[in-house]
Design a protein around this ligand. Structure first.
Ligand code: MD3
Ligand code: FE
Length: 210
């Protein structure tokens, strides 16, 4: 018996600094299914406002699914096996894992799905993601709801940056050299999507953290 071979990877709509953007690769019905599954994750593991190591609350609310989740508090930021309230994180939904398998290539399985929720005023400053144990593994980002202005820069602070709007159903794959680039979200465009009943944006990032 032969194993079924994975589907051929799709071609990205565009690449930006080595990051591959697949625009609206997730059909509406599948977006709704993912959103429903994330709703259940959030019921099990409520969104919280992380506090930076300096004590400043972030404007993005977060939770996670998977064996580990990302937390930040006065003790610093880290991946850990428990939600701040002391309970394990829910499993990563199959609907979300399916996206990883479509675009991540020959990668390990993700053990963290970070859920970022943006209200109209939320933003995320330029930062690097380098707390994961194996930085050769890609990060896959899934955008749902209102559009967001994504900015990507360089492997060190400073220098020129490029920006692109991310819309509902877009998937961005950060692999190779793009994995260590500074990036952030400058602003949300309120009212640009009807996917979330209350408006706002949800970004899912699938990571191999451990
Ligand atoms: C580039 N999230 O959770 S997703 C994050 O839209 C984060 O919520 C943003 O940055 C958001 O860390 C941007 C795109 C993204 C995610 C991870 C990356 C870009 C990345 C990791 C390395 C390089
Ligand atoms: Fe990031």
């Amino acid at each position: 018996m032969s194993k079924t071979s994975p589907a051929a990877p799709p071609s990205p709509t565009l690449t930006i600094r080595g990051a591959a953007l697949y625009r609206e690769i997730i059909p509406q019905a599948a977006q709704r299914a993912i959103l429903e599954d994330i709703g259940e994750v959030v019921r099990q593991a409520p969104l919280f406002a992380p506090v930076t190591a300096r004590g400043k609350p972030m404007s993005v609310r977060m939770t996670s699914a998977g064996a580990v989740g990302w937390v930040s508090d006065r003790g610093g930021y880290r991946y850990q096996a428990l939600h701040p309230r002391g309970t394990p994180w829910p499993a990563i939904p199959d609907s979300v894992l399916g996206i990883w398998h479509r675009v991540a290539g020959p990668a390990r399985m993700p053990d963290c799905c970070l859920v970022n929720h943006y209200g109209a005023e939320a933003r995320m400053g330029l930062h690097q993601d380098r707390d994961e144990a194996d930085l050769t593994q890609p990060v896959v980002s899934i955008s749902l709801g209102d559009a967001a202005l994504f900015r990507i820069g360089n492997p060190a602070r400073g220098g020129k940056t490029e920006s692109v709007w991310l819309s509902s159903g877009d998937v961005l794959v950060l692999g190779g050299a793009a994995r260590l680039l500074y990036h952030g979200i400058d602003r949300i465009r309120p009212g640009s999507s009807a996917l979330l009943p209350q408006g706002g944006r949800i970004n899912l990032t699938l990571r191999v953290a451990r």
